[in-house]
Write a protein that binds this ligand. Structure first.
Ligand code: GLY
Length: 351
């Protein structure tokens, strides 16, 4: 078992290891458990046995739970179960369910204790750590939310064994990204055959990838500076998700987006890291990408949250572990988009 400390005004620990679902303890006496309907029933039963929740609230799977309507239903269930101010909300599941559960915890009675039990690789490496909670609006993702750090995060590595291989590889994009922006020792480990559920490199690699995020959010919880570096590859990724109406899952889009960002980094004078991002795509085998025009991608990239009044900004790399934030001229964006599409064609990743 590995324990990672997240510092800042509200410090907490992230525990990574096998069998954690059976040994959970929280100090609060009244607990509400929130989980998506598509979780293996055994996970819910194990957590219920360990925590004896006063109420268990199933919510729709994936991003279908991240709506104001679902949030309203969850808040009513918390009130109906008389969860008091010194009670707790526990979010079990993937990143969408834990984002919703965290925002319910942040808003119910102006905030109750929150605990996270991520069951996907993406949820463990990214969503569960750092206190970003919220729901989507029809106008865009994560437009309503709060920074509401959990009191503890438990990553039970046994839960990863039930994930389809493609979903595990999807989540690996965020771990590889942490390798590129901060800890290059992760790069070979993520691509190793031993980085798999039950594999010898799973726990240590996962814990080191979480450690990168823990360090960043300890220093910059509210994204005034370095937290933006966690968005390496995400500017194009979010655009691809929007253009394809989420036909490309988030982690797969991040795989594509990291390769584009590596090409932009090289075009602006940085080291050539495209061999790493190409190797990742070859390993990840993301969902094939339907045709996307540069104009469509640019429209959505311009809405990126790192955009300001002067236009869109990208997280790029001078070299491994040397991220920076910069504007990129449109002619460079266009030329590298074309080269990126050619690379995807060569890798057989276009539909
Ligand atoms: N997923 C990026 C962040 O937590 O800041």
């Amino acid at each position: 078992m590995r324990r990672i400390e997240v510092g800042g005004a509200q410090s907490y620990a992230v525990e990574v290891g096998a069998g954690l679902l059976d040994t959970l303890r929280v100090p609060e006496r009244h607990v509400a458990l929130i989980h998506p309907t598509d979780l293996p029933a055994g996970f819910v039963t194990r957590v219920q046995k360990a925590l004896q929740p006063a109420v268990t609230i199933p919510v729709p799977a994936r991003d279908d739970c991240k709506t104001l309507e679902v949030l309203s239903g969850v808040l009513s269930r918390l009130a109906g179960a008389n969860i008091p101010r010194d009670g707790a909300v526990v979010g079990l599941g993937g990143g969408a369910a834990t984002d919703l559960a965290g925002f319910a915890a942040a808003s119910y009675l102006r905030g109750v204790a929150f605990y996270t039990l991520p069951t996907t690789l993406l949820g463990m490496v990214d969503a569960a750590v750092g206190g970003k909670t919220g729901v989507n609006l029809p106008e865009g993702k994560n437009l309503v939310g709060a920074f509401w750090p959990p009191r503890a995060v438990w990553c039970d590595t046994d839960t990863l064994g039930t994930l389809p291989g493609a979903v595990f590889r999807e989540g690996a994009a965020e771990a590889f990204k942490h390798g590129l922006i901060s800890d290059p020792t992760l790069l070979d480990r993520v691509l190793s055959p031993d980085f798999r559920p039950g594999g010898a490199l799973l726990e240590g690699t996962l814990a080191d990838a979480i450690d990168v995020k823990a360090g960043v959010v300890t220093r910059d919880l509210t994204e005034r500076g370095e937290r933006a570096f966690l968005n390496f590859g995400h500017t194009l990724a979010h655009a691809l998700e929007a253009v394809t109406h989420h036909g490309v899952p988030h982690g797969d889009a991040v795989g594509y987006g990291m390769h584009y960002a590596a090409r932009l980094s090289r075009a602006l004078g940085g080291a050539d890291l495209t061999g790493h991002t190409r190797a990742f795509l070859t390993w990840q085998q993301p969902a094939p990408l339907p045709p996307v025009s540069f104009e469509d991608a640019l429209t959505f990239m311009a809405r990126d949250k790192k955009a300001d009044a002067d236009g869109v900004r990208f997280v790029l790399l001078r070299d491994l572990a040397q991220p920076y934030l910069t504007r990129v001229p449109e002619d460079v964006l266009r030329e590298e988009f074309s080269g990126w599409q050619q690379d995807l064609h060569d890798l057989n990743l276009l539909t």
